[in-house]
Design a protein around this ligand. Structure first.
Ligand code: FAD
Ligand code: NAG
Ligand code: NAG
Length: 459
């Protein structure tokens, strides 16, 4: 192994981990892979606290092929490594709540589908839900964990063929344990502060610095530099290439969330199609549920609730959807600082929505009661790209702003800006990045996910 064969991945969220997982898997490589993360612990970011909802085709056109491919990869990975038990992988039924006071025509999944072809994504024939024999159901046939709503109706918008869920932290932990077994080196509390060029005028190394002040700065030679730092990607880019005119347009969209348990969801939901010939999801023992709601008189945001299994196979419900832009809630320097920013009022609002959607229903006309048990509360930041689709690309050398005396050398890549879909698109992103770094054509077409070059557009 030569020294300049180091592939350096900056950021150890699900995107960085998935790239390392697929790159360390491809037989043709002989690189040493390193992941550097600025935080002292991994998964203190979106990848550790996300909802874990996966979709096959809820994406804008530019990301459609990647979305479908990634959805299949999730299923294959779960089948191969017992993801059902290890990271709660299960097909998901999806319900949309239509409250009587929502503006006409609005639906709960709307914000996720912004920029998507609605006809394609949610207007298809919906798959009906079939209750398993032991499952408690409400009068209208909906599962008992969903609270009947006076004057409102539940609609099935998608089913287990095209949607699924995972416990994202557990999936990340699986990827992490696999890559460490394969020799990928993980360096915490470290960030890159610049690139160095060699005597031939080529980018040859990265300068690295401890974020906790404990160790001296170091230099690591490299052949590839992959920016996969979620919301922090624009900052990393500006630090490494301060004179570049290329804007990495990724904003941070803060999201509060709560995980809780309900007395009406104490056993995993059985998959009635389990073992049936010819069904894509027949290997799954269990299914999960998602609820999407539009804004109503009761809440100004779009709550989303996911009934899923945690990594120990225990039922839990994740609720989120209460978001604040970067003016309202700016991105902290380190992912680990997010905890301090959790806002109690936002958590209370989410809990109220949890009670209305899934609380104990008393008599007709009375509000649902709070018999829910809170497990944890969190805040994390979605890397929301301005284009609405991820950025997955090599940055052309001419755009790096290094001056004409620097001629190529290490390649610079960006894999970020996955917005509300980074868990779903993670595995596909890992494969296409690994393809490109290894010099292969990407398995699916991602040419629409490049950035606009400031130099090309000037011509
Ligand atoms: C509330 C919420 C719910 C969500 N629900 C879903 C969902 O249901 N389905 C779905 O598909 N997606 C969901 N997402 C989106 C998904 O979580 C993200 O798109 C995805 O986790 C982004 O992964 P990432 O690896 O790019 O970034 P992150 O997970 O943010 O990881 C970035 C990493 O970079 C590190 N870093 C920061 N600065 C530096 C530096 N200078 N150098 C090196 N490393 C650095 C950070 O410490 C962090 O570890 C949700 C997001 C939120 C916030
Ligand atoms: C963020 O929200 C505030 C207040 O809700 C709004 O005034 C502002 O324009 C928003 N900023 C961005 C960048 O969207
Ligand atoms: C965050 O968003 C919520 C819901 O939209 C809003 O009520 C609240 O005022 C926002 N917080 C800030 C600090 O702007």
């Amino acid at each position: 192994m030569t020294d300049n064969n180091n592939v350096v991945i900056l950021g150890g969220g699900i995107i960085g981990l998935s790239i390392a997982y697929h790159l360390s898997h491809s037989p043709s490589h002989n690189q040493q892979i390193h992941i550097f993360d600025a935080a002292e612990r991994l998964l203190e970011s979106a990848s550790g606290y996300a909802g874990g909802f996966l979709a096959r085709d809820w994406f804008p056109e530019q990301a459609a092929a990647l979305g479908d491919f990634s959805f299949e990869l999730h299923r294959q990975l779960a089948d191969k490594h017992n993801g059902q038990e290890r990271w709660g992988y299960a097909g998901s039924h999806v319900y949309s709540l239509a409250p009587d006071d929502a503006p006409a025509g609005t639906r709960g999944e709307d914000w996720l589908l912004a920029g998507t072809s609605r006809a394609q994504a949610a207007g298809r024939q919906a798959y009906g839900h079939v209750s398993a024999p032991e499952e408690k159901v409400n009068e209208d046939g909906t599962p008992a964990w969903m609270t009947p709503q006076s004057g409102a109706s539940w609609n099935v918008v998608a089913g287990v063929e095209d949607c699924a869920q995972v416990e994202p932290r557990k999936l990340c932990e699986f990827l992490l344990s696999e890559i460490q077994r394969r020799g990928v080196q993980l360096h915490l509390s470290t960030r890159a502060i610049g690139v160095t060029t060699n005597a031939n005028g080529k980018i040859s190394a990265l300068r690295l610095e401890a974020t906790n002040g404990l160790t001296e700065p170091t230099v690591l030679s490299c052949s590839d530099i992959v920016l996969a730092a979620g919301c922090w990607t624009p900052r990393v880019y500006k630090t490494l290439f301060p004179r570049s005119r290329l804007e990495v347009e990724i904003d941070a969209l803060a999201g509060h969330s709560v995980i809780y348990r309900s007395p009406r969801y104490t056993k995993p939901f059985l998959n009635v199609a389990s073992g049936q010939e010819g069904k894509a999801h027949s290997k799954d023992k269990h299914i999960s549920y998602a609820i999407y709601c539009p804004p109503t008189k009761t809440w100004s945001y779009s709550p989303e609730a996911y009934a899923r299994l945690d990594g120990d196979g225990k039922p839990e419900i994740w609720i989120g959807g209460l978001n604040n832009n970067s003016t309202e809630l700016p991105l902290p320097e380190l992912a680990t600082d997010s905890k301090k920013l959790v806002n109690k009022e936002r958590i209370t609002e989410l809990r109220q929505a949890a009670v209305q959607l899934t609380g104990l229903k008393g008599q007709e006309g009375t509000a649902a009661e709070d018999d829910l048990e809170i497990v944890s509360e969190a805040l994390c930041f979605r890397p929301a790209s301005k284009s609405g689709v991820p950025i997955i690309t090599e940055v052309p050398h001419k755009d790096l702003g290094l001056g004409s005396h620097v001629t190529a050398g290490a390649k610079v890549w960006i894999a970020g800006g996955h917005g509300p879909w980074g868990i779903s698109l993670s595995l596909g992103t890992g494969v296409v990045m690994s393809d490109m770094i290894s010099g292969r054509e990407p398995t699916v077409d991602i040419s629409a996910l490049r950035m606009q070059s400031p130099i090309a557009s000037k011509l």
